[in-house]
Design a protein around this ligand. Structure first.
Ligand SMILES: N[C@@H](Cc1ccccc1)C(=O)O
Length: 503
């Protein structure tokens, strides 16, 4: 029988009685492991070999884990120091214990939280009291750490391993080792004699330049063979969803808006009839920029009309806020807290000229808010902004548009809740049901622009508008439960590699 060179090498290195590791064969034959693996699978396909896989877990300590092996766990050090300072009798202030326990910086926090978690005692108003029945010498985590330090294969309860992993004191890794064993057919083939076929497995520059490629026999590829998974580049799941959203909206007849991320407060807030003392306009919520200090090129007449709307209202029963309106503040620069600044620019005729109804515009762009990070909030996120201008619009048009839009993503259970925005009346928040937790999560905000917004802009028909959160839509589509899985430093790579955008 004639076989390619690497296959002959694998066959000769394999045994019928004892599985041999592919990595060992690769080392012995001085071939790379991928080539040997491929040869092994080809031989398995021809029934000459069996390939078996064994997954093993290896555990290694992190740098922090190693430090604790040497110096003791912070909570254990705290317990020992507390005993030495008489905490068995009366609570001792934490300050007194830091030095003796050799704790500073982030180690203090680590010591306190694990001390409490393990029931070593209690910390109340800055004082430590201990549970005298505890024995830090039998701390299960400390024991596991030092045992792993001396023997990586040491066995432990999964609970202890999991908690050490959570504390990032160790990392667990899975490795798959493949072994080969000769089958009966393989043994027979070897006994009858196996020769190296003059086939070429790889086309090289030398073969090409010498012209030799014309005379050689090429080895056949087994395209069905099992191989290592290679993770190629891929468009980020959020970008894929954004692209999909754009395509859907264009399909619904919308044009795309574009504009500055940093803008005058005038466009971000004042044009929207947001009172200047609104909480969202304070430094708690807003990322202010200082250079340039002010934006000069605002449309003067519009500035005057917006000022009047704020102070005394517009025609009809409108009253305005009757509060001071500071033009300098309106000219200040900030990162846009919503992309509704773009809607204002377009409705004012600043971007695409004067617009006659009907019109539909959208953007899928970033907005910035000084929020607290959590499972549903990021400091920068994408908004799906949109508006429709027409002679006569009602809440039914708004609901119908959302129903049609979300349907394209397979989302049919949307809820509406009456809401308040200074710039729309009526206003509605939108909720969607999370596919795995079943929880209703807020996915957007919407409404019909008030006359106090439209009249200064020179728009004399109805405009309905919204801002939907792209990341929340992504959570509904992919089932991600934490927005931080989608982007930012905590993203789950495996999720990004495998997440599908279905529609
Ligand atoms: N700007 C609003 C969304 C919105 C846009 C337009 C009209 C109504 C609401 C937000 O960020 O939540």
């Amino acid at each position: 029988m004639k076989l390619p060179r690497t296959q002959v090498a694998v066959l000769e290195a394999a045994s019928a009685t004892e599985p041999r590791l592919i990595s060992t064969i690769a080392a012995e034959t001085d071939e790379n492991e991928t080539a040997i693996t491929r040869a092994a699978f080809e031989l398995a396909d021809a029934s000459l070999l069996d390939v078996t896989e064994e997954t093993t877990e290896s555990v290694t300590l992190t740098e922090e884990g190693e430090q604790y092996v040497e110096h003791g766990l912070p909570e254990v050090r705290l317990y020992r120091a507390a005993i030495e300072h008489g905490a068995e009798n009366a609570p001792v202030s934490i300050g007194e214990l830091l030095d003796p326990a050799d704790l500073d910086g982030s180690a203090v926090e680590i010591a306190l939280s694990n001390f409490a978690r393990k029931g070593y005692g209690e910390i109340e108003s800055g004082s430590v009291s201990i549970d005298p029945d505890q024995d830090p010498d039998s701390d299960a985590e400390a024991a596991a750490l030092s045992a792993i330090d001396s023997d990586a294969d040491a066995a432990f309860s999964t609970d202890v391993l999991a908690s050490l992993e959570r504390r990032e004191l160790l990392v667990r890794e899975e490795t798959t080792a493949r072994s080969v064993t000769l089958t009966d057919d393989g043994v027979t083939a070897l006994m009858e004699g196996v020769d190296v076929a003059d086939t070429v497995g790889q086309l090289t520059p030398e073969l090409l330049t010498s012209g030799e490629w014309q005379d050689v026999d090429f080895a056949e590829y087994n395209v069905a063979a099992d191989t290592e998974t290679i993770h190629g580049g891929r468009t980020h799941v959020l970008r894929r969803i954004a692209n999909r959203v754009k395509r859907v909206l264009v399909g619904m007849g919308f044009n795309e808006m574009d504009g500055p991320h940093a803008d005058a407060d005038f466009w971000i807030n004042d044009a929207l009839f947001m009172p200047q003392d609104h909480p969202a306009r304070t430094h708690w919520d807003r990322f202010a920029l200082s250079d340039p200090e002010r934006i000069d090129d605002l449309p003067d007449e519009l500035v005057d009309r917006v000022r009047d709307a704020h102070r005394t209202g517009v025609s009809g029963e409108s009253e305005g806020y009757h509060s001071p309106w500071d033009e300098d503040f309106a000219r200040e620069l900030a990162l846009r807290g919503h992309t509704t600044s773009l809607s204002m620019r377009y409705l004012a005729g600043e971007e695409a000229g004067d617009l006659e109804p009907p019109q539909r515009y959208f953007s899928v762009e970033k907005a910035y808010r000084n929020d607290t990070l959590d499972a549903t909030h990021l400091l920068e996120f994408f908004q799906i902004e949109g508006w429709v201008m027409a002679d006569e619009l009602s809440v039914r048009d708004l609901m119908g548009t959302f129903t049609e839009f979300y349907q394209q993503f397979g989302i049919t259970d949307i809820r509406f809740k009456p809401h308040y925005n200074p710039y729309t009346e009526p206003s509605f928040e939108l909720f969607g049901r999370h596919p795995t937790t079943g929880e209703l999560i807020e996915i957007g905000n919407s409404g019909l622009f008030r006359p106090e917004v439209l009249e200064p802009l020179g728009v004399d028909c109805d405009v309905m508008a919204w801002g939907l959160a792209l990341e929340r839509l992504a959570m509904l589509i992919t089932g991600a439960e934490d927005i931080r899985d989608l982007h930012g430093t905590l993203t789950d790579l495996e999720f990004l590699r495998t997440a599908e955008v279905t529609y």
